[in-house]
Design a protein around this ligand. Structure first.
Ligand SMILES: Cc1cc2nc3c(=O)[nH]c(=O)nc-3n(C[C@H](O)[C@H](O)[C@H](O)COP(=O)(O)OP(=O)(O)OC[C@H]3O[C@@H](n4cnc5c(N)ncnc54)[C@H](O)[C@@H]3O)c2cc1C
Ligand code: FES
Ligand code: FES
Length: 1392
């Protein structure tokens, strides 16, 4: 074939590894499986017509060799802070579109790719194509804002008004928007008008910067470059090898057939979205790979009278584009709709139909679609030529097809739909976007008038399903039954029975959910019947088919065929202002005047952009894994156990050690030789750096391999042979298994009791509810996995790590590697998200890495793969609550009497922070409600899961959702509206919580936030709207809930409420701050800069916060408990004040208008110290709770007050959510969410709103799509016991772009200054998380309505958490679900 030989690149190297290993680190690794979009780059190629087409692709899957003749643009190629930002980068920066910034380069590139092809792209087009990127921090709203502001039809700003074309834009101010419903079509007009409010989206953004006034097209930005040398160059064949794998890249079918003849087992690679996954995660080795993307005979689309013909390897995005003009019910319409929800834009840009077919996955989406459509494929071999195979006959058994190894799929012929022939696509997944199906189906029917012409009968039909067997299956009995039957309800009722016979899913089916899957298949059939009937009503004369009742019509819709939701909303906050807070009330009373004037420069209260915003957007922001490995550096790979509940018998490292490039395999014995301590743990030292004997969880670290390259280290780690023995008969995995086996961490067993619980239950007229509530865990899914690099120095070690706890990292690395703490420095620049997951668990990776670096005396870097990170580093604790609660009617209102609850959490195999997490759950299990008597008891279960850990809210959300579940049940039982019930039972000022803390006068804003949320959302109208909708729709229901929260601020361990800061003033008037906190996206450094700028009276951009560094600020606490601004803001102020005091004489001398530079220079020449260390410790009487305290009879405070005052104050708020549920599938969408939040006097409202939106959406994920599945007694198909099945974004589903509320309004309360924290602000990182549960209760509300409507008479619906599509669907309890195996009281399985 006359190939060009390329020798410098390995055929198995992905484009991502190639870029990153060449120092182009803006493109990030988030998952390596095409599921997060962090690695998105643009691949540009010239098309046959001479145009250049730009495609966003996942660099983690794209083989580097496949970029032959292509131009690759990474985020660095779009713009930079030095040479100017690309419009997308600029908008993202200014719209606060990044927090941790790790997802940002991928998102910037994905948006830019859309505008690169189409500068006049519309909002709809953007909304279609952001399905391949995840952001865990922002909640997506600001990203939507920035992308949409560039669209050609950017008529509506996020407030709903027409910002770009609004004549009043320049004077836009929310004051005049609020009273005018005309300007606020989304009903925010109903809100009370808080004084001095501005909207971050319209006012500041659109008024202050002219760049926001233009669309992308109007900006006339130069198009993406495409090098001259690539123009007119067609790809030519080449061969490339690395010794074990050879890549052939043919450009004709003939050569491909030759190659397949020579290498029948050679794998064709097109999108690599299957082959790449097999290589990476199944460790499949392919000696021969054959590039399939450059063969022109296999690409392209044509049509004749009968068929559409799709070239086998045509990118799916081209097929989707071709099909999008099909009319409803046609085969192209069905294909285009199915493809819209197939994987992601990035995957569709490269993946092929042939890849889908040849892989023969039982849950493939296109295979059932094609099979039902009667499609046929042409396959060809060198020896035997071409033949045609019907897609419906192509799948023989699990991943086995009718194709011979030497055959190649050439094309797929799809018959055109004829008159009265209809094809519909169906799919249900955990999440709508970028998710594989639970059940998927293509359904087709051809109708004909009956011989007497009186009705339509079925002339032909076919139904194909994925997810209902080990392969794509047809439903022949159903089709046979339907033949010649009239098209009416009766026929379809009957057809369901045949469908059940066609799809005999066993109860113990791998993948689980048999009842749901059976129910879905039948529900799809029903939807199909309704959809086709409505279509015939349009196509045939009136009366041709039985009319569909109005209230059933919406059953025809499904998310697959509906348009994607469009997002809008407002963010309102009081006009920037500074209110003196705690700093004004300390012993150093009186805020010193700033050094520099005028004071309008004061930075606090402004919505300044994130300190690193532009760096995030350009890819210049460096994360730990982006720091170049020194030339003598090595890569490390941890050796993990593959099972749990047994002893390690032996570890054989001989094969691994002898692999070329391996430098050392480090085990426990080696650690001992270095003088290290193998024991570690944050509260008690019950963990080991390297496992010695007992294996307690799958993924436990047994050692570490260090090698010249990551690939070698990973390969060697796989070659380590571990033998296990003494297996436990009973490997305890779940909470319920632990309760049965009495397996607990008794040392953390705590109870809080106040009032006479027994007596309260005996109150006459008391209504009692009792039961069990299960609530799930949650993976942090920070976009940046755990990573550490340890660099030995001449006396010790420098540790670069992605951790919320630099001091803990320093201490454990020192201890594990046998070094004194003063010779180990830990540096932390920024994290790509943490959310609590890097508070303690990151330390274990760092400790192992430090031991290896000490032993080999070379720098070592360890970066965990996503699946390893998820399996080993722990999650939010799952809980089970056993409760009994009572309420009574008093004065015509419901009154809470008593709560008695036992909380059990799944702590995993070591204690980690499970004790304090449980404590916080106990402190929050009262929600915002006053009970006469309260008893709560918490026990952490010891299981064989990985150790569970801190996660945003730290047990608080688990407590809050438990009490809300109880309140919801009581309200239902008493027949009272849940909102009214909640409102009647709020604490009042002066009352005391169950743990004895008084709700202080002037601090209780929950009732107001609740009222405001009702007003802002137009509560009464919404209820009326829901009532009307529900009456008109049998198979869709809407629901609503408002959830109030209070969240206690302070570390519950008293000693942790302390922090330090180091401030240097330089003679040029700039200021450098180092403090004990870490930046993980929450904007801590930005707020601290604002505080320091404010103190000195200088511009915000004159202050800089550098790395967190244990040699600058020592003995730090982990950045956690939302406390960091409170602590480091105060510590920074303390340092600033010391310097300001020293500078005062110079300022007095130089006059009020002297700059800081002038003052500092004058002081310097007088030998005045321009540096200071500041310190802050939260007042003794406002933190700490002594669980061991025993009353001595002298206490005068409320019950429990003698034990302490665990919280400094409460951050409060309320959130209303309204949802729509598809009862036939369990799909839901959030129609709107309104949040009212008391954040005190905000230091930076944009950052606070970002935290609120991001936390809320994370809380929504926890409550809906995010479900962890472990190998436990309810999931015996997961092997071995104790393994986490849901690893990586393929199986675990955080909310995606289109999951956020369609309308999302956030308002910061005005006039709620908080005298207990710095600058009168309030902590905000964690508190809004629990408000995401408003979506859970809104879903429950919709299901209650559905069950009422359906007349489901069996027991009350107890909706367990999270509200997955399965729980929602099976919660309806209708007849279809009963036949599927469910019913009124059915409970889906879960891992808790
Ligand atoms: C993040 C992610 C999301 C996904 N989402 C979905 C989804 O929503 N729905 C779904 O159905 N699938 C999904 N998939 C699976 C996958 O994307 C599809 O199966 C896709 O169609 C595979 O195409 P490809 O070109 O990438 O295949 P490749 O990985 O390149 O190849 C796959 C197989 O096809 C064979 N092959 C390719 N071309 C030919 C040919 N012409 N003749 C013979 N054999 C050939 C190859 O030899 C190989 O065995 C997803 C995958 C990922 C990674
Ligand atoms: S790293 Fe490529 S999609 Fe996640
Ligand atoms: S900013 Fe998107 S993941 Fe952090």
């Amino acid at each position: 074939m006359g190939p060009k030989e390329l020798v410098h690149m390995s055929p198995t190297t992905t484009l991502l590894s190639f870029l990153r290993s060449n120092g182009i680190t803006g493109t990030k690794l988030g998952c390596a499986e095409g599921g997060c979009g962090a690695c998105t780059v643009i691949v540009s190629k010239e098309t046959s017509d001479g145009n250049v087409h730009h495609k966003s692709v996942n660099a983690c899957l794209f083989p580097a060799v496949a970029a032959d003749c292509a131009h690759v643009t990474t985020v660095e190629g779009l713009g930079s802070t030095r040479d100017g930002l690309h419009p997308v980068q600029e908008r993202m920066t200014k719209s606060h579109g990044s927090q941790c910034g790790f997802c940002t380069p991928g998102i910037v590139v994905a948006i830019s790719a859309i505008f690169a092809n189409k500068p006049d792209a519309t909002i709809d087009e953007i909304e279609e194509h952001m399905d391949g990127n995840l952001c865990r921090c922002t909640g997506y709203r600001p990203i939507w804002d920035s992308a949409k502001s560039l669209c050609s039809d950017a008529k509506k700003g996020p407030c709903g008004s027409s910002c770009n074309s609004c004549p009043e834009r320049d004077d836009c101010d929310i004051e005049h928007l609020i009273p005018d419903p005309g300007c606020t079509p989304n009903n925010v007009g109903a809100a009370p008008a808080p004084a001095n409010n501005v909207c971050s989206s319209s006012h500041e953004k659109f008024k202050s910067d002219p760049v926001f006034n233009k669309t992308f097209e109007e900006l006339n930005h130069p198009s993406l470059p495409f090098p001259e040398e690539l123009k007119g160059v067609a790809s030519t064949p080449f061969v490339i090898t690395n010794g074990s794998t050879t890549w052939y890249d043919p450009n004709t079918l003939d050569v491909l057939l030759d190659l397949k003849k020579e290498f029948p087992n050679g794998r064709i690679v097109v999108g690599n979205s299957e082959v790449g996954i097999e290589q990476k995660f199944k460790n499949t080795k392919y000696p021969v790979l054959i590039g399939g993307s450059n063969i022109h005979e296999l690409k392209g689309i044509s049509e004749d009278n009968e068929n559409f013909t799709f070239g086998a390897n045509t990118p799916l995005s081209d097929i989707a584009h071709f099909c999008e003009s099909g009319s409803e019910g046609s085969v192209t319409w069905a294909m285009s709709n199915m493809l819209r929800w197939f994987a992601s834009t990035q995957i569709r840009n490269t993946a092929s139909l042939a890849g889908n077919l040849a892989t023969a996955s039982p849950i493939s989406d296109m295979n059932p679609m094609l099979a039902a459509s009667n499609a046929a494929m042409t396959v060809k071999s060198k020896e035997r030529g071409s033949r045609s195979i019907n897609v419906s006959e192509f799948f023989l058994s699990y991943r086995k097809t009718a194709m011979q190894p030497d055959e190649v799929i050439v094309d797929i012929k799809v018959p055109k739909t004829s008159k009265f022939e209809y094809v519909y696509p169906y799919k249900q997944a955990k999440r709508r976007e970028d998710d594989i199906s639970i059940v998927t189906s293509g359904m087709r029917v051809r109708l004909a008038p009956s011989p007497d012409g009186s009705q339509f009968v079925v002339a032909e039909s076919s139904f194909a399903f994925g997810g209902m067997s080990f392969k794509t299956v047809m439903a022949p009995q159903t089709s046979a039954f339907l033949l010649n039957k009239p098209w009416n309800f009766e026929t379809f009722d009957e057809a369901r029975k045949f469908l059940a016979l066609d799809l005999p899913l066993p109860d113990n089916v791998p993948g689980g959910q048999p009842e749901y899957r059976r129910t879905l298949a039948a529900s799809f059939l029903f939807k199909f019947f309704v959809a086709v009937s409505l279509q015939i009503e349009k196509d045939a004369p009136p009366g041709a088919v039985e009319p569909i009742k109005d209230d059933v019509k919406s059953a025809s819709e499904s998310f697959v065929t509906m348009r994607k939701p469009s997002m809008t909303g407002t963010q309102r906050f009081p006009k920037p202002k500074y209110t003196p807070g705690l700093e004004d009330g300390t012993e150093k009373k009186g805020v010193p005047e700033p050094v520099s004037r005028p004071s309008e420069k004061r930075a606090v209260g402004k919505d300044s952009t994130h300190q690193s915003g532009a760096l995030h957007c350009t890819g210049e922001a460096k994360y730990t894994d982006d720091i170049g490995l020194p030339t003598d550096g090595l890569e490390g790979c941890l050796i993990h156990s593959t099972t749990a509940g047994c002893d390690v018998k032996s570890i054989d490292i001989s094969e691994a050690s002898s692999l070329e490039g391996v430098v050392k395999v480090v085990l426990y014995e080696d650690l001992v030789k270095t003088g290290g301590n193998n024991k570690l743990g944050p509260v008690i030292k019950d963990e080991e750096v390297f496992g010695t004997k007992r294996v307690r969880h799958v993924g436990q670290v047994l050692g570490i391999v260090v090698a010249e390259t990551l690939e070698i280290a990973q390969e060697a780690a796989r070659l380590v042979k571990v033998e296990y023995e003494n297996f436990d008969d009973n490997v305890i995995v779940s909470i319920e298994e632990a309760i049965k086996a009495n397996s607990f961490y008794h040392m953390t067993d705590h109870t809080i009791e106040s009032g006479d619980v027994a007596a309260a239950f005996d109150t006459p007229g008391a209504v009692v509810v009792e039961g069990k509530f299960r609530l799930g865990g949650q993976e942090h899914f920070y976009l940046e996995c755990n990573t550490t690099m340890c660099v030995p120095t001449e006396t010790g070690m420098t540790v670069y790590t992605s951790s919320q706890a630099p001091t803990k990292t320093q201490m454990y690395c020192a201890s594990a590697s046998g070094l004194p703490a003063n010779k180990v420095v830990c540096k932390m620049k920024r994290m790509g998200g943490g959310f609590g997951g890097k508070e303690t668990r990151s330390v274990f990776v760092a400790a192992a890495c430090s031991v290896a670096a000490k032993i080999v005396r070379r720098p070592v870097r360890v970066t965990l793969d996503r699946n390893v990170d998820m399996q080993t580093t722990g999650q939010r604790h799952a809980f089970v609550a056993h409760y009994k609660a009572a309420a009574v009617m008093e004065g015509g209102k419901p009154k809470l009497l008593a709560m008695d609850v036992n909380l059990y959490s799944n702590g995993g195999c070591s204690l980690d922070l499970s004790g304090p997490v449980m404590d916080r759950a106990l402190f929050h299990v009262d929600g915002v409600y006053k009970f006469d008597a309260f008893r709560c008891h918490g026990l952490v279960c010891k299981t064989h899961q990985s150790p569970h850990t801190a996660y945003r809210g730290f047990g608080g959300p688990q407590g809050i959702i438990t009490v809300e579940h109880v309140v919801d049940r009581l309200a239902t039982k008493m027949g009272i509206d849940a909102t009214e019930f909640r409102e009647s039972n709020f604490y009042k000022e002066g009352q005391s919580t169950h743990f004895g803390q008084t709700i202080e006068e002037g601090t209780w804003n929950v009732p107001r936030s609740f009222r405001d949320a009702k007003a802002q959302s137009g509560f009464d109208e919404r209820k009326a709207e829901i009532k009307e909708f529900n009456a008109k729709n049998k198979w869709k229901k809407r629901g609503l809930a408002i959830i109030p929260t209070k969240f206690g601020i302070a570390f519950t361990a008293k000693f942790m409420n302390q922090g330090g800061a180091l401030v240097h003033v330089y003679q040029d008037g700039t200021v450098l701050v180092s403090h004990g906190g870490t930046e993980m996206g929450q904007g801590l450094h930005t707020k601290v800069c604002q505080v320091a700028a404010h103190a000195f009276g200088i511009d915000y951009d004159k202050v800089f916060v550098d790395d967190s560094d244990t040699s600058k600020v020592a003995n730090t606490q982990p950045t956690a408990a939302s406390m960091s601004t409170d602590m480091y803001g105060m510590a920074t102020l303390d340092a600033c004040r010391q310097i300001i005091k020293r500078l005062k004489p110079f300022r007095d001398k130089l006059g009020e208008d002297a700059s800081l530079s002038a003052v500092a220079t004058a002081a310097f020449f007088e030998r005045v110290d321009l540096s200071a260390h500041g310190f802050y410790a939260l007042s003794d009487d406002r933190c700490g709770y002594d669980w061991g305290a025993v009353p001595d009879g002298t206490e005068t405070g409320p019950d429990n007050s003698f034990r302490g005052h665990p919280f400094n104050y409460f951050t409060q708020g309320s959130s209303l959510s309204m949802v729509e549920v598809d009862l036939l599938t369990g799909d839901h969408s959030i129609l709107r969410s309104d949040i009212i939040m008391d954040v005190g006097s905000s230091i930076n409202p944009a950052i606070d709103i970002g935290q609120i939106e991001g936390a809320f959406v994370q809380g929504v994920g926890w409550s809906t799509t995010e479900e962890l599945i472990w190998g436990d007694e309810e999931h015996e198909w997961v092997k071995p016991r104790g393994r986490l099945f849901t690893q990586g974004p393929g199986f675990y589903k955080p909310p995606a772009f289109n999951d956020m509320p369609a309308q999302f309004n956030v308002t910061l309360m005005d006039g709620v200054a908080n005298k207990f924290a710095v600058m009168s602000s309030k902590a905000i990182g964690e508190p809004p998380f629990a408000m995401g549960i408003s979506v859970f209760f809104a879903i429950k509300n919709a299901l209650d309505e559905a069950r009422k409507d359906m007349g489901v008479k069996s027991e009350e619906l107890i909706l367990m958490h999270p509200a997955t599509s399965e729980r929602i669907r099976m919660g309806v309890g209708d007849e279809i679900s009963v036949v599927g195996g469910g019913g009124g009281g059915f409970q889906a399985k879960g891992s808790y």
